[in-house]
Design a protein around this ligand. Structure first.
Ligand code: 13P
Ligand code: SF4
Length: 330
Protein backbone atom coordinates (compact mmCIF):
# COMPACT_ATOMS: atom_id res chain seq x y z
CA UNK A 1 0.00 0.00 0.00
CA UNK A 2 1.38 3.39 -0.95
CA UNK A 3 1.92 5.66 2.03
CA UNK A 4 -0.22 8.80 1.99
CA UNK A 5 2.77 11.12 2.51
CA UNK A 6 4.54 9.64 -0.51
CA UNK A 7 1.49 10.30 -2.64
CA UNK A 8 1.37 13.88 -1.37
CA UNK A 9 5.04 14.59 -1.92
CA UNK A 10 5.16 12.90 -5.34
CA UNK A 11 8.16 10.65 -4.66
CA UNK A 12 9.27 7.91 -2.30
CA UNK A 13 12.05 8.74 0.14
CA UNK A 14 12.15 5.48 2.06
CA UNK A 15 15.75 5.24 3.31
CA UNK A 16 17.99 2.26 2.59
CA UNK A 17 20.72 0.67 4.69
CA UNK A 18 24.08 2.45 4.43
CA UNK A 19 25.77 -0.53 2.83
CA UNK A 20 23.29 -0.82 -0.06
CA UNK A 21 24.86 -0.17 -3.45
CA UNK A 22 22.03 1.74 -5.11
CA UNK A 23 23.47 1.54 -8.61
CA UNK A 24 23.87 -2.24 -8.35
CA UNK A 25 20.35 -2.67 -6.95
CA UNK A 26 18.86 -0.48 -9.69
CA UNK A 27 20.56 -2.53 -12.40
CA UNK A 28 19.40 -5.75 -10.69
CA UNK A 29 15.77 -4.60 -10.56
CA UNK A 30 15.94 -3.48 -14.19
CA UNK A 31 16.93 -7.03 -15.16
CA UNK A 32 14.29 -8.69 -12.97
CA UNK A 33 11.45 -6.39 -14.01
CA UNK A 34 12.37 -5.82 -17.67
CA UNK A 35 12.80 -2.12 -16.97
CA UNK A 36 14.92 0.48 -18.70
CA UNK A 37 16.32 3.69 -17.24
CA UNK A 38 16.42 6.66 -19.62
CA UNK A 39 18.24 9.81 -18.54
CA UNK A 40 18.68 13.30 -19.93
CA UNK A 41 22.17 14.84 -20.15
CA UNK A 42 21.23 17.37 -17.46
CA UNK A 43 20.66 14.79 -14.74
CA UNK A 44 23.25 14.13 -12.03
CA UNK A 45 26.37 12.26 -13.14
CA UNK A 46 25.58 9.16 -11.08
CA UNK A 47 22.21 8.88 -12.81
CA UNK A 48 23.77 9.12 -16.26
CA UNK A 49 26.13 6.35 -15.13
CA UNK A 50 23.35 3.99 -14.03
CA UNK A 51 21.11 4.65 -17.05
CA UNK A 52 20.62 2.26 -19.96
CA UNK A 53 20.49 5.21 -22.29
CA UNK A 54 21.27 8.92 -22.08
CA UNK A 55 20.27 11.47 -24.66
CA UNK A 56 18.71 14.76 -25.66
CA UNK A 57 14.94 15.19 -25.79
CA UNK A 58 14.73 13.81 -29.33
CA UNK A 59 16.80 10.70 -28.68
CA UNK A 60 14.88 10.00 -25.47
CA UNK A 61 11.55 10.20 -27.32
CA UNK A 62 12.90 7.92 -30.07
CA UNK A 63 14.15 5.43 -27.50
CA UNK A 64 10.81 5.48 -25.64
CA UNK A 65 9.02 4.73 -28.91
CA UNK A 66 11.35 1.80 -29.72
CA UNK A 67 12.02 -0.04 -26.48
CA UNK A 68 10.64 -3.50 -25.72
CA UNK A 69 11.00 -2.97 -21.96
CA UNK A 70 7.83 -3.21 -19.86
CA UNK A 71 8.80 -0.39 -17.51
CA UNK A 72 10.45 2.90 -18.47
CA UNK A 73 12.02 4.98 -15.70
CA UNK A 74 12.32 8.45 -17.23
CA UNK A 75 14.94 10.51 -15.42
CA UNK A 76 14.42 13.97 -16.76
CA UNK A 77 11.46 16.26 -16.26
CA UNK A 78 7.72 15.68 -16.31
CA UNK A 79 7.06 16.50 -19.98
CA UNK A 80 9.68 13.91 -21.00
CA UNK A 81 7.90 11.22 -18.98
CA UNK A 82 4.57 12.30 -20.47
CA UNK A 83 6.05 12.00 -23.97
CA UNK A 84 7.18 8.44 -23.11
CA UNK A 85 3.71 7.54 -21.83
CA UNK A 86 2.00 9.02 -24.91
CA UNK A 87 4.29 7.01 -27.19
CA UNK A 88 4.06 3.84 -25.11
CA UNK A 89 0.61 3.87 -23.47
CA UNK A 90 0.78 0.18 -22.54
CA UNK A 91 4.05 0.51 -20.66
CA UNK A 92 4.47 1.56 -17.07
CA UNK A 93 6.27 4.91 -17.18
CA UNK A 94 7.84 5.95 -13.90
CA UNK A 95 9.12 9.43 -13.01
CA UNK A 96 11.34 9.30 -9.91
CA UNK A 97 9.90 12.63 -8.68
CA UNK A 98 6.59 13.97 -9.98
CA UNK A 99 7.63 17.50 -8.96
CA UNK A 100 10.34 17.67 -11.61
CA UNK A 101 8.65 20.19 -13.88
CA UNK A 102 10.02 22.67 -16.42
CA UNK A 103 9.76 26.48 -16.32
CA UNK A 104 9.53 26.55 -20.10
CA UNK A 105 6.64 24.07 -20.24
CA UNK A 106 4.97 26.11 -17.47
CA UNK A 107 5.19 29.24 -19.60
CA UNK A 108 2.52 27.96 -21.99
CA UNK A 109 -0.85 26.93 -20.59
CA UNK A 110 -3.15 24.95 -22.88
CA UNK A 111 -6.07 27.38 -22.38
CA UNK A 112 -3.90 30.35 -23.36
CA UNK A 113 -2.65 28.57 -26.48
CA UNK A 114 -6.22 27.59 -27.41
CA UNK A 115 -7.29 31.24 -27.19
CA UNK A 116 -4.25 32.39 -29.19
CA UNK A 117 -5.06 29.85 -31.93
CA UNK A 118 -8.64 31.12 -32.10
CA UNK A 119 -7.28 34.66 -32.51
CA UNK A 120 -5.02 33.46 -35.36
CA UNK A 121 -7.09 31.28 -37.68
CA UNK A 122 -5.22 29.58 -40.49
CA UNK A 123 -1.97 29.27 -38.52
CA UNK A 124 -0.19 25.96 -37.97
CA UNK A 125 1.15 25.37 -34.46
CA UNK A 126 4.72 24.14 -34.03
CA UNK A 127 5.46 23.35 -30.39
CA UNK A 128 8.74 22.63 -28.71
CA UNK A 129 8.76 19.25 -26.95
CA UNK A 130 9.11 21.17 -23.64
CA UNK A 131 5.31 21.43 -23.34
CA UNK A 132 2.56 19.64 -21.47
CA UNK A 133 0.56 16.87 -23.15
CA UNK A 134 -2.44 19.25 -23.25
CA UNK A 135 -0.42 21.78 -25.29
CA UNK A 136 0.85 19.04 -27.59
CA UNK A 137 -2.79 18.05 -28.18
CA UNK A 138 -3.34 21.54 -29.69
CA UNK A 139 -0.22 21.29 -31.85
CA UNK A 140 0.35 20.35 -35.51
CA UNK A 141 3.91 19.20 -35.12
CA UNK A 142 6.27 18.90 -32.16
CA UNK A 143 9.95 19.78 -32.51
CA UNK A 144 13.05 19.55 -30.35
CA UNK A 145 16.04 21.84 -30.58
CA UNK A 146 17.71 19.00 -32.50
CA UNK A 147 15.22 18.95 -35.39
CA UNK A 148 13.35 22.29 -35.28
CA UNK A 149 15.10 23.75 -38.34
CA UNK A 150 14.54 20.62 -40.44
CA UNK A 151 10.86 20.43 -39.49
CA UNK A 152 10.10 24.13 -39.97
CA UNK A 153 11.91 23.96 -43.35
CA UNK A 154 9.50 21.17 -44.36
CA UNK A 155 6.51 23.58 -44.29
CA UNK A 156 5.67 25.50 -47.48
CA UNK A 157 7.47 28.86 -47.51
CA UNK A 158 4.23 30.85 -47.15
CA UNK A 159 2.81 28.73 -44.27
CA UNK A 160 1.62 30.83 -41.36
CA UNK A 161 3.12 29.38 -38.18
CA UNK A 162 2.79 29.94 -34.44
CA UNK A 163 5.93 28.72 -32.65
CA UNK A 164 6.02 28.16 -28.90
CA UNK A 165 6.75 28.30 -26.13
CA UNK A 166 10.47 29.15 -26.26
CA UNK A 167 10.93 32.67 -27.63
CA UNK A 168 14.71 32.36 -27.99
CA UNK A 169 14.59 29.07 -29.89
CA UNK A 170 11.77 30.39 -32.10
CA UNK A 171 13.67 33.56 -32.86
CA UNK A 172 16.80 31.54 -33.67
CA UNK A 173 14.81 29.26 -35.99
CA UNK A 174 13.27 32.32 -37.68
CA UNK A 175 16.80 33.60 -38.31
CA UNK A 176 18.16 30.36 -39.78
CA UNK A 177 15.09 29.54 -41.89
CA UNK A 178 14.19 33.08 -43.03
CA UNK A 179 10.68 32.61 -41.60
CA UNK A 180 8.55 35.08 -39.71
CA UNK A 181 6.80 32.71 -37.30
CA UNK A 182 4.69 34.23 -34.53
CA UNK A 183 6.56 33.54 -31.29
CA UNK A 184 5.20 32.63 -27.89
CA UNK A 185 6.91 34.62 -25.16
CA UNK A 186 8.11 31.74 -22.99
CA UNK A 187 11.56 30.89 -21.74
CA UNK A 188 13.76 28.62 -19.66
CA UNK A 189 14.90 30.13 -16.36
CA UNK A 190 18.27 28.37 -16.62
CA UNK A 191 19.24 29.32 -20.17
CA UNK A 192 18.01 32.90 -19.88
CA UNK A 193 20.64 33.51 -17.19
CA UNK A 194 23.62 33.14 -19.51
CA UNK A 195 25.08 36.45 -20.65
CA UNK A 196 27.46 37.74 -23.32
CA UNK A 197 29.54 39.24 -20.49
CA UNK A 198 29.95 35.77 -18.93
CA UNK A 199 31.13 34.36 -22.26
CA UNK A 200 33.44 37.34 -22.91
CA UNK A 201 35.11 36.89 -19.55
CA UNK A 202 35.86 33.22 -20.26
CA UNK A 203 36.93 34.06 -23.80
CA UNK A 204 39.49 36.51 -22.39
CA UNK A 205 40.95 33.73 -20.27
CA UNK A 206 40.71 31.11 -23.04
CA UNK A 207 40.83 32.96 -26.36
CA UNK A 208 41.03 29.79 -28.50
CA UNK A 209 38.04 28.10 -26.90
CA UNK A 210 35.02 27.30 -29.08
CA UNK A 211 31.74 28.67 -27.68
CA UNK A 212 28.92 26.11 -27.57
CA UNK A 213 25.39 27.37 -26.80
CA UNK A 214 21.94 25.85 -26.51
CA UNK A 215 19.29 27.70 -28.59
CA UNK A 216 17.23 28.38 -25.44
CA UNK A 217 19.85 31.08 -24.61
CA UNK A 218 19.05 34.69 -25.49
CA UNK A 219 19.79 36.05 -28.99
CA UNK A 220 22.98 37.99 -28.10
CA UNK A 221 24.43 34.88 -26.42
CA UNK A 222 23.66 32.82 -29.53
CA UNK A 223 25.25 35.51 -31.70
CA UNK A 224 28.42 35.17 -29.60
CA UNK A 225 28.48 31.37 -30.02
CA UNK A 226 30.42 29.34 -32.59
CA UNK A 227 28.09 26.33 -32.41
CA UNK A 228 24.36 26.48 -31.54
CA UNK A 229 22.47 23.27 -31.03
CA UNK A 230 20.67 20.77 -28.85
CA UNK A 231 22.59 19.01 -26.10
CA UNK A 232 23.29 16.10 -28.49
CA UNK A 233 24.52 18.45 -31.24
CA UNK A 234 26.88 20.26 -28.84
CA UNK A 235 28.16 16.96 -27.48
CA UNK A 236 28.71 15.57 -31.00
CA UNK A 237 30.71 18.65 -32.00
CA UNK A 238 32.98 18.34 -28.96
CA UNK A 239 33.40 14.59 -29.44
CA UNK A 240 34.41 15.11 -33.07
CA UNK A 241 36.93 17.83 -32.14
CA UNK A 242 38.45 16.71 -28.84
CA UNK A 243 41.65 18.66 -29.55
CA UNK A 244 39.82 21.98 -29.02
CA UNK A 245 38.69 23.68 -25.78
CA UNK A 246 35.10 24.66 -25.07
CA UNK A 247 33.11 27.36 -23.35
CA UNK A 248 29.73 25.81 -22.66
CA UNK A 249 26.53 27.86 -22.40
CA UNK A 250 23.95 25.31 -21.37
CA UNK A 251 22.96 23.44 -18.22
CA UNK A 252 26.12 22.20 -16.53
CA UNK A 253 24.99 18.54 -16.37
CA UNK A 254 26.09 18.07 -19.99
CA UNK A 255 29.70 18.43 -18.86
CA UNK A 256 29.57 14.98 -17.29
CA UNK A 257 29.09 13.28 -20.65
CA UNK A 258 31.34 15.74 -22.49
CA UNK A 259 34.17 15.05 -20.07
CA UNK A 260 33.51 11.28 -20.15
CA UNK A 261 33.62 11.26 -23.97
CA UNK A 262 36.62 13.62 -24.16
CA UNK A 263 38.68 13.01 -20.99
CA UNK A 264 41.60 15.22 -22.07
CA UNK A 265 39.54 18.17 -23.31
CA UNK A 266 39.02 21.36 -21.28
CA UNK A 267 35.40 22.46 -20.85
CA UNK A 268 34.54 25.79 -19.20
CA UNK A 269 30.91 26.14 -18.12
CA UNK A 270 29.55 29.69 -18.46
CA UNK A 271 28.43 30.91 -15.04
CA UNK A 272 24.98 32.46 -14.93
CA UNK A 273 24.54 36.21 -14.77
CA UNK A 274 24.01 37.52 -11.24
CA UNK A 275 22.09 40.78 -11.06
CA UNK A 276 23.73 43.92 -9.63
CA UNK A 277 22.54 43.62 -6.04
CA UNK A 278 23.95 40.11 -5.94
CA UNK A 279 20.45 38.73 -6.28
CA UNK A 280 19.58 36.11 -8.86
CA UNK A 281 20.53 32.51 -9.06
CA UNK A 282 24.20 31.69 -8.84
CA UNK A 283 23.73 28.32 -10.44
CA UNK A 284 23.72 27.10 -14.04
CA UNK A 285 21.87 23.93 -13.12
CA UNK A 286 18.24 22.98 -13.64
CA UNK A 287 16.78 22.30 -10.19
CA UNK A 288 14.08 20.17 -11.75
CA UNK A 289 16.54 17.82 -13.47
CA UNK A 290 18.49 17.55 -10.22
CA UNK A 291 15.39 16.29 -8.38
CA UNK A 292 16.16 12.86 -9.85
CA UNK A 293 18.30 10.92 -7.38
CA UNK A 294 19.53 7.34 -7.16
CA UNK A 295 17.39 6.74 -4.06
CA UNK A 296 14.25 7.95 -5.84
CA UNK A 297 15.00 5.74 -8.85
CA UNK A 298 15.61 2.77 -6.56
CA UNK A 299 12.31 3.33 -4.73
CA UNK A 300 10.40 4.02 -7.96
CA UNK A 301 11.54 0.67 -9.34
CA UNK A 302 10.93 -1.17 -6.08
CA UNK A 303 7.38 0.17 -5.59
CA UNK A 304 6.64 0.75 -9.32
CA UNK A 305 5.49 4.27 -8.48
CA UNK A 306 5.18 7.23 -9.17
CA UNK A 307 3.75 6.44 -12.57
CA UNK A 308 2.93 9.11 -15.12
CA UNK A 309 -0.55 8.99 -16.59
CA UNK A 310 -1.96 11.03 -19.46
CA UNK A 311 -5.67 11.53 -19.99
CA UNK A 312 -6.75 9.23 -22.87
CA UNK A 313 -8.45 11.96 -24.94
CA UNK A 314 -5.45 14.25 -24.56
CA UNK A 315 -3.03 11.43 -25.41
CA UNK A 316 -5.02 10.51 -28.54
CA UNK A 317 -4.47 14.04 -29.91
CA UNK A 318 -0.99 14.60 -28.49
CA UNK A 319 0.47 11.46 -30.07
CA UNK A 320 -0.18 12.76 -33.60
CA UNK A 321 2.22 15.76 -33.59
CA UNK A 322 4.85 13.69 -31.75
CA UNK A 323 4.62 10.89 -34.34
CA UNK A 324 4.79 13.53 -37.08
CA UNK A 325 8.02 14.81 -35.52
CA UNK A 326 9.50 11.30 -35.32
CA UNK A 327 8.61 10.67 -38.99
CA UNK A 328 10.06 14.00 -40.12
CA UNK A 329 13.29 13.52 -38.19
CA UNK A 330 14.16 10.16 -39.78
P1 13P B 1 17.67 19.08 -25.52
O1 13P B 1 16.57 18.70 -26.44
O2 13P B 1 18.76 19.82 -26.21
O3 13P B 1 18.15 17.90 -24.78
O4 13P B 1 17.12 20.15 -24.47
C1 13P B 1 16.16 19.85 -23.53
C2 13P B 1 16.03 20.90 -22.54
O5 13P B 1 15.23 20.84 -21.66
C3 13P B 1 16.91 22.03 -22.67
O6 13P B 1 16.73 22.87 -21.59
FE1 SF4 C 1 13.02 23.03 -18.61
FE2 SF4 C 1 15.05 24.74 -18.64
FE3 SF4 C 1 15.17 22.63 -17.05
FE4 SF4 C 1 15.38 22.35 -19.73
S1 SF4 C 1 16.81 23.38 -18.37
S2 SF4 C 1 14.14 21.10 -18.35
S3 SF4 C 1 13.97 23.94 -20.41
S4 SF4 C 1 13.69 24.30 -16.91
Amino acid sequence: MMKEEWKKQGFIDEPVADDIDLKKEIRKMCGEKNAIVLAHYYTRGEIQEVADFIGDSLALAQKAADTDAKIIVMCGVHFMAETCKILSPDKLVLAPDLNAGCSLADSCKADDLKKYKEEHPGYKVVSYVNTTAAVKALTDVVVTSGNAKKIVDAFPKDEKIIFGPDYNLGSYINSVTGRDMLLWNGGCHVHERFSVAGIAKLKQEHPDAVVLAHPECKGPVLAAADVVGSTAVLLKYATEHPEKQYIVATEAGILHEMQRACPDTMFYPVPPEVSEGGAGCSCNECDYMKMNTLLKIYNALKYEWPSVEVDEDVAREAVKPIQRMLELSK
